[in-house]
Structures are given as structure tokens and as C-alpha cells.
Write a protein that binds this ligand. Structure first.
Ligand SMILES: Nc1nc2c(c(=O)[nH]1)N[C@H]1C(S)=C(S)[C@@H](COP(=O)(O)OP(=O)(O)OC[C@H]3O[C@@H](n4cnc5c(=O)[nH]c(N)nc54)[C@H](O)[C@@H]3O)O[C@H]1N2
Ligand SMILES: Nc1nc2c(c(=O)[nH]1)N[C@H]1C(S)=C(S)[C@@H](COP(=O)(O)OP(=O)(O)OC[C@H]3O[C@@H](n4cnc5c(=O)[nH]c(N)nc54)[C@H](O)[C@@H]3O)O[C@H]1N2
Ligand code: SF4
Ligand SMILES: [Mo]
Length: 679
């Protein structure tokens, strides 16, 4: 029988409306859903290829166990028995915290999988859950919470000026702010209406092509540029005095601090001419309301949090926080807590609490890079078992040679994924996960329901995997649900919605706060004001003002190293056809970009005797990668870019996991020094 079902694409956070046609238990067609209020029929190349992914011959079809280095088919029942037995034994010998779980970015949107996983871990008793959050989004959260008591997002549709700062929504889509990812159209529309675009990026990204002002900045020096702009705004009295007096604290301390940052010095630091700093400051301050769309370009540095704090301050002094068209607070729905009240409590804190206490406190999780470090630095691995769920520590975490070494030291690894990935090769058991069309899920933002369109064959949804494992291990009293619908109702309870109401709202439900609420009632900070001077940061021993610090590794901070490794490497600018390490095995997507290149400025290439399309060896202190070059004027001289997610040309072999941002623990994925030699 032919059926048509409206759902949405679950590949990435953009959740584009999707119309699915099924014939029996097979999906025969997918299209964009034109009725969808947000995405209006749009599907990106990945969404359009959803069937190639789901029906890929490379999909895992049944659980596999490694025996004498050969994969052997086993049943789900056997898989659960092996896991339950092993985890019970390790817990008895080494304690519950010897189990760590790494989940990838996919779990952040998948509330049901997240809930069931957290509940299992709570019942088991480990606090060592870690995730892709060790390299994604947390500096924005910390900066938002310490400055405003909440997370701000660009209310860009109503802005007169937008700064895209280390972000490129043309490739990435960005979930908060404008309605993504119909955004390419929407941005073009905003531009036609005269909205000013400032883009700050060492490369000419997609969005930079639309910019009124594109600033090619030296990687990792964005905090200095923001302070330069703040200085111009203060010196020329372009700030919003009334707003500052009424809603903020710490402006006088800020004024005192920015005096130190002479424009001449900022010009040297950032390689941005003073006239451009001036121009950007004026354009932003004089085109209110104005918003900032920050991206991972800023987060992948060892000064990430303070850089984002300086952006927060820039928005604040121009009166752009909690105002329409500026940056307004987002308020995702509170779902049921996964915590089990009567579960045994762990006395030890999550790994990383000592090194990055604010990260651990705000995220309530361990830090993945500290876990890797601990495994390597201890003679015996403190992490005895690892479950990787919807994630790819290889090749996504920094310094992958070290990550590989660490994985080899773990006694027991289970991976649940769609495919036999590089990470899965290190596992003892590999389990097949259900694709988004094969499972029910609750999506986080907007809150919406994803329907199981066809029945899974051989594979299992992540949420059921955790529930079944819990039952096998004797935790059934914490998992009383008989169906996904029942769990969904439980998870949704605090929101006042149910499975049924979400079914009636396929477009999803947003919890939009009207701008101005915090200005009126006070911000959720110690002083109830916007804290230019952050009391939380001060109480934790960090700089309460956003002072600029050079990246840990740079031509300025490590000049001796730079003599051997003179090029600054940035990584991971998004490519529309891939999601991190995913889809290199899907022909329809791979043919759109069959191999990675290192982008390099022709002048720099010339200095090293390198041509376009040459095979080169790129080396850092950590390792080397052999890759082809692509010469382009679009990148700053002395800077190179390698995209991320390619196992065979893995840029993370070159990056460092040890020297991290002290506050967030983020690595300098965009500030590795390297050298390039023609082969
Ligand atoms: N197609 C696709 N979409 C994705 C993803 C994907 O892998 N593929 N990943 C998703 C995820 S998890 C995330 S976090 C988002 C990220 O979304 P965005 O933050 O928009 O990431 P990018 O599109 O890579 O844009 C980052 C830009 O920062 C620039 N940059 C690098 N270093 C610096 C620097 O030091 N300073 C400045 N100012 N700029 C710098 C890069 O050149 C690049 O153009 O994308 C999401 N969307
Ligand atoms: N050098 C460098 N490194 C980076 C970045 C960078 O810009 N530069 N970006 C960082 C960022 S922002 C992020 S978010 C991380 C991303 O890091 P991860 O989220 O760990 O990376 P992915 O490659 O997306 O890995 C996801 C894996 O889960 C599988 N999968 C997808 N959906 C599901 C599901 O529903 N269930 C299950 N069980 N499996 C699923 C996929 O097949 C894939 O193997 O990478 C970080 N690493
Ligand atoms: S942007 Fe692409 S991958 Fe992401 S939800 Fe939309 S169609 Fe799916
Ligand atoms: Mo991310």
C-alpha cells in the first residue's frame, strides 16, 4: 500500500520538513515539505540523499563481535548478555566510574535517546558521560550564562546589521537565530532589503561573498579585534549610555581595561588595518538593532570563552541584548530529568572537574579530552569500558593519534552506529543503529515529534538500546515503559505537551520569549544585571573582564616553534554534503566533493615552492598528513585550511588536545602551527 507521511529530516539539527512516501515497509520517495512553516520545502543535499544513506549497502545489519580480530555475527540477545556481564564485572572490580560514554552531536537533538542514555548511566552509577560538547558550543553557553544568565541567539531577521563572526551559515545552517536553513534565501532577501553584513573570517566563506565588510583576521585573535571595536565605540561615545546605566554592571572597569588595548597594537595582533576596525565598530554601533552570529571558528581556540565574552560585551554596550533585532535569549523547553532519585550516588566527580570546573558544572558531564589525557598518562587506564553512541572520537577529537592510542588502552568498547566506522574498528562489539526514518524521536528545538516511518530491520533505535540494556542489567524498575509513546509522554510531561499534541504540530513548537523580559525583570546573574564584569568567572578564579590572550600555539606566543612550523592551520570549515565524518561512504554525496584539499594562499605557496594540486606533507608537533593543495586568494597568507572528518586525510592528527582553553577545555583546532613540504 502506498502511504504519504509528513515528518522532518533528522540528519542534522535543522529539522527540515519532509514528505515521505512508503510502499509497504519501504520508503520509495522523499521530498521537501512545502507546508512546513519554517523550511518551506527546502532540503539540503544531505536530506535529499537520505534514502541513499538509509538503504546504503554499507549499513550495519546485525550486531557484530570481534573474535581474533575478525567480526562475527551475533544476536541482539547475545550482545546484551556480553555487555551486561562485562559491565557488571568491571563495576565490581573498579567501580561504576570505570565506564565512560561518548555521545556525538546527534544526541543533542535526539531527546529520547539522550534521556534513555542518561537514565541508564544514572542507574548504573557512572558520572563519566562525555560528548562532542567538549569541542562544540560550550564557550557560547559559558559566555552567555556568565554574562546574561542565559544563552543569547541572533534575532537576525529584524536586524539592521549582522556580524557573522567565525560562522558560515551558507555551509552549516545555524540552528538558532534565523529560520534555518532556508537561510540562504533568507539572507539574500535581508541583503536586498539593505541589512548590513559584516563577516569576520580568515577565508572568503559563502556568507563573506555577500558582505559589506569582510575582515580577514589572523586566526584566534578575534578577542583582540572585539576589544579594538569596543575601544572605538567608547572613545567616540557610540555606546548606549542609558542602556548601560540601567541594565549593566562593570562598564567602568571595562573602560579602564580597554585603555590598555591601543589600536596600533590590535592592528599588529589581528593583522586587521585600523581603518577597518574603525569602520566595523561604527557600522555595528550605528545600525541598531544589530546582532552577532558567532560560530565554531571562534570556539576552536584556547582563548574561546573570553573571545565570546568580548562579543557579548560588544553587543551589550551598544544596547543590543534582549532587544528585537539584537541578540535575544533562547529558552528551550525543560524536559523530564533523567535523574533517578534513589539511585546510588557517586562520591567522585566527573573527569575534568579539576581541570575545567565550570565546563563540568554547566554541562553536568565529563570532558572528553581530559578523559583521553587521563588514560594516556596513567599506567593503567582508569577508563575500563567505553560506549560510543552516535559519535566519532576518531577522527573528530583533537590529536587523533593520541585518541587512537587511548582507545587501544581501554578493555572493553561498544559502538552503536549506522556504519562500521574508524572508531568502531577499535570496538569489541558493534551494534546497528536505526536511522531517523526507522524510529520515533523527540526533537529538541523546535520541540517536535519524529515518526517511525518504516519498521527497522535488524537495527535498533538508540533509545531502545539503552532501555533494553537497562532491563538486562536489572534496572527495569527505572524503565517501566512498554512503548516509545509512553516514554515520550513521560519525557514531555514538564512541558505540558504530549505525544498526541506533538503529532498535531508537525512543524514543531518553539518556546519563544518576547524580547525585553530580562530588561524588565532582571537577568539571571548574581547582580541581576548584564555582567560586563562577571562575578561567576571571578569567583572561579578566571578573568572577570574579557582580557585578550594569544592562542596557546601561535607565531606570537611560541615564536621558536613558529620557526620550525611557520604556518597557522585552521580546520573544519563546513562542507554542505558532509556532516563531520559522515557520508564519505555515500556515492551520491561523495561525488560532490570526492577528496579533501589543503587551501593555501598562492603567495605562501610560492614561498615554499608549492603549486596548485601538488601533493604536500603537512606536519605539526603532533603528526603529519599527506594531502593535495588548492591555491586560493580567498585565504589569508601564512594560513592554511584543511576540512575535517576525512579519516584518510585527518586534520586532527595535526591538532593538540593537551593545551586547552582553561575555562571550557576547548582545544586550538584553529591554531595549530605547521609546516608544509612538497613531496
Ligand atoms: N554541512 C554541514 N553542516 C553542519 C555541520 C557539518 O559538519 N556539515 N556541522 C554542524 C555543527 S555540529 C556545527 S558546530 C555548526 C558550525 O557552524 P558554523 O559555526 O557556521 O561553522 P562553519 O560553517 O565551519 O564556519 C566557521 C567559519 O569560521 C572560520 N574561522 C576559522 N578560524 C577562525 C578564526 O580564528 N576566526 C574567525 N573569525 N573565523 C574563523 C572558518 O573559515 C569558517 O568559514 O555546523 C553545523 N552544520
Ligand atoms: N578539526 C576539527 N575537529 C572537529 C571540528 C572542527 O571544526 N575541526 N568540529 C567539532 C564539532 S563542532 C563537533 S560537533 C564534533 C562532532 O563530533 P561527532 O558528533 O562525534 O562526529 P560525527 O562525525 O558526526 O559522528 C557521528 C557518528 O554517529 C553516527 N550517527 C549519526 N546519527 C546517529 C544516530 O542517531 N545514532 C547512532 N547510534 N549513530 C549515529 C554517524 O554514522 C557517525 O559515525 O566534531 C568536532 N571536531
Ligand atoms: S539541513 Fe539538510 S541534513 Fe539538515 S535537516 Fe535539513 S535537509 Fe536534513
Ligand atoms: Mo558542532
Amino acid at each position: 500500500m502506498i502511504k504519504t507521511i509528513n515528518t522532518f529530516c533528522g540528519i542534522c539539527e535543522s529539522a527540515c520538513g519532509m514528505k515521505v512516501t512508503t510502499e509497504g515497509n519501504r520508503v520509495s520517495k522523499i521530498e521537501g515539505l512545502h507546508e512546513h512553516v519554517r523550511t518551506k520545502g527546502y532540503l539540503c543535499v544531505k536530506g535529499k540523499s537520505a534514502l541513499d544513506i538509509m538503504y546504503s549497502p554499507h549499513r550495519l545489519k546485525y550486531p557484530l563481535k570481534k573474535k581474533n580480530n575478525v567480526w562475527e555475527r551475533i544476536s541482539w540477545e547475545e550482545a546484551f548478555e556480553i555487555i551486561a556481564e562485562k559491565l557488571t564485572e568491571l563495576k565490581k572490580t573498579y567501580g561504576a566510574n570505570s565506564l565512560s560514554v561518548y555521545h556525538g552531536q546527534s544526541y543533542v537533538k535526539d531527546c529520547l535517546a539522550m534521556f534513555c542514555m542518561k537514565r541508564f548511566l544514572n542507574a548504573f552509577g557512572t558520572v563519566n558521560l562525555c560528548s562532542a560538547a567538549s569541542e562544540c558550543f560550550v564557550p557560547r553557553i559559558i559566555s552567555g550564562v556568565t554574562t546574561f544568565g542565559a544563552l543569547p541567539a541572533a534575532d537576525a531577521s529584524d536586524s539592521n546589521c549582522i556580524i557573522f563572526w567565525g560562522s558560515n551559515p551558507f555551509a552549516s545552517g545555524i540552528m538558532f537565530g534565523l529560520n534555518m536553513p532556508g537561510s540562504i534565501k533568507e539572507f539574500t532577501h535581508l541583503k536586498e532589503q539593505g541589512v548590513k553584513f559584516i563577516v569576520i573570517d580568515p577565508m572568503v566563506s559563502g556568507i563573506a561573498k555577500l558582505a559589506d565588510l569582510h575582515i580577514k583576521i589572523r586566526p584566534g585573535t578575534d578577542g583582540a579585534l572585539a576589544l579594538g571595536m569596543i575601544r572605538v565605540i567608547i572613545e567616540n561615545q557610540l555606546y548606549d549610555k542609558e542602556y548601560i546605566d540601567n541594565y549593566t554592571s562593570g562598564f567602568d572597569q571595562l573602560k579602564g581595561m580597554v585603555r590598555k588595548y591601543e589600536l596600533k597594537q590590535i592592528e599588529e595582533t589581528t593583522k586587521v588595518p585600523r581603518e577597518l576596525i574603525n569602520k566595523a565598530a561604527r557600522m555595528f554601533a550605528q545600525n541598531n538593532p544589530a546582532s552577532i552570529v558567532p560560530g565554531v571558528g571562534l570556539e576552536h581556540h584556547t582563548n574561546a570563552v573570553q573571545t565570546l565574552r568580548s562579543l557579548a560585551v560588544l553587543s551589550t554596550i551598544t544596547g543590543n541584548i534582549d532587544r528585537a533585532g539584537g541578540n535575544t535569549m533562547i529558552c528551550p523547553f525543560q524536559l523530564a530529568s533523567a535523574t533517578i532519585e534513589d539511585a546510588p550516588r557517586q562520591s567522585q566527580p566527573p573527569i575534568g572537574s579539576h581541570e575545567h570546573p565550570l565546563f563540568v558544572k554547566m554541562m553536568n558531564q565529563a570532558h572528553a579530552l581530559v578523559i583521553i589525557d587521563e588514560i594516556l598518562k596513567n599506567k593503567e587506564s582508569p577508563t575500563k569500558a567505553l560506549i560510543v553512541a552516535g559519535g566519532a572520537p576518531v577522527p573528530q577529537l583533537a590529536n587523533t593519534n593520541k585518541v587512537r592510542e587511548a582507545l587501544k588502552k581501554i578493555d572493553f568498547i561498544v559502538v552503536i552506529d549506522f556504519f562500521m566506522t574508524e572508531t568502531a574498528q577499535y570496538a569489541d562489539l558493534v551494534l546497528p543503529a536505526a536511522f531517523f526514518l526507522e524510529r520515533d524521536e523527540v526533537f529538541s528545538y523546535p520541540l517536535s515529534l519524529q515518526n517511525k516511518v518504516v519498521k527497522p530491520e535488524g537495527c535498533m533505535s538508540d533509545s531502545w538500546f539503552w532501555c533494553e540494556l537497562a532491563k538486562k542489567m536489572g534496572f527495569e524498575k527505572y524503565f517501566p515503559w512498554k512503548s516509545s509513546e509512553e516514554i515520550i509522554d513521560f519525557v514531555l510531561k514538564p512541558t505540558g505537551f504530549s505525544y498526541q499534541t506533538l503529532k498535531e504540530h508537525p512543524e514543531g513548537i518553539m518556546n519563544k520569549l518576547p524580547p525585553g523580559k530580562f530588561l524588565k525583570n532582571g537577568f539571571n546573574t548574581p547582580t541581576k544585571k548584564i555582567e560586563i564584569y562577571s562575578n561567576i568567572l571571578k569567583s572561579m578564579g578566571y578573568d572577570p573582564l574579557p582580557e585578550y590572550k594569544e592562542p596557546f600555539e601561535s607565531v606570537v606566543s611560541t615564536p621558536e616553534l613558529a620557526q620550525q612550523f611557520p604556518i597557522t592551520l585552521i580546520t573544519g570549515a563546513r562542507l554542505p554534503m558532509y556532516l563531520h565524518s559522515q557520508f564519505r561512504n555515500i556515492d551520491s554525496l561523495k561525488k560532490l566533493h570526492p577528496e579533501p584539499f589543503m587551501e593555501l594562499h598562492p603567495q605562501t605557496a610560492h614561498d615554499y615552492g608549492i603549486d596548485d594540486n601538488d601533493l604536500v606533507r603537512v606536519e605539526s608537533k603532533r603528526g603529519k598528513v599527506v594531502i593535495k593543495t588548492k591555491l586560493t586568494e580567498s585565504i589569508l597568507p601564512q594560513v592554511a585550511h584543511i576540512p575535517h572528518g576525512w579519516v584518510e586525510k585527518d586534520c586532527n592528527i595535526l591538532t593538540d588536545h593537551e593545551n586547552r582553553d582553561p575555562i571550557s577545555g576547548f582545544p586550538g583546532l584553529n591554531s595549530s602551527l605547521c609546516r608544509i613540504t612538497k613531496i
